[in-house]
Design a protein around this ligand. Structure first.
Ligand SMILES: [Zn+2]
Length: 123
């Protein structure tokens, strides 16, 4: 049995990725690898972004680190930046400390390496 750590869907053993989430499946869900919401998680606001693109980028990092997160708020990348709506990134209260660290580390890296050196490695 293979299980998606994000949505909890079960797949046949020979399936390696969840189609919906585009995530590698795990053999067994444990508290360490489970990403999907198994409990009454309380989501708290971690950070507000001006664009959904940036918010999604950070969310991806959190997801890779097994931190559950949600994006809240409407934003359109088609609209002029001046009218962009803010997007709030919410994380599970229990993951707040870890998420803050990850986000901080992310933005520190951004400052050190401005534009090039975009990491685009998928495992
Ligand atoms: Zn899934």
């Amino acid at each position: 049995m293979a299980i998606c750590p994000q949505c909890g869907a079960e797949y046949r053993k020979e399936i390696l990725r969840c189609e919906d989430c585009d995530r590698d499946l795990v053999e067994e869900l444990t508290p360490e690898n489970a990403i999907y919401d198994t409990s009454e998680a309380r989501f708290v606001a971690l950070k507000t972004f001006a664009t959904s693109a940036e918010a999604e980028m950070v969310q991806e990092i959190l997801t890779k680190n097994q931190v559950r997160s949600l994006l809240q708020g409407e934003a359109s990348t088609d609209i002029f930046p001046s009218t962009a709506v803010s997007v709030v990134l919410l994380v599970d209260e229990r993951d707040l400390a870890k998420a803050s660290e990850l986000v901080e580390a992310y933005f520190e890296t951004e400052l050190e390496e401005p534009l090039d050196g975009k990491e685009d490695q998928e495992t």
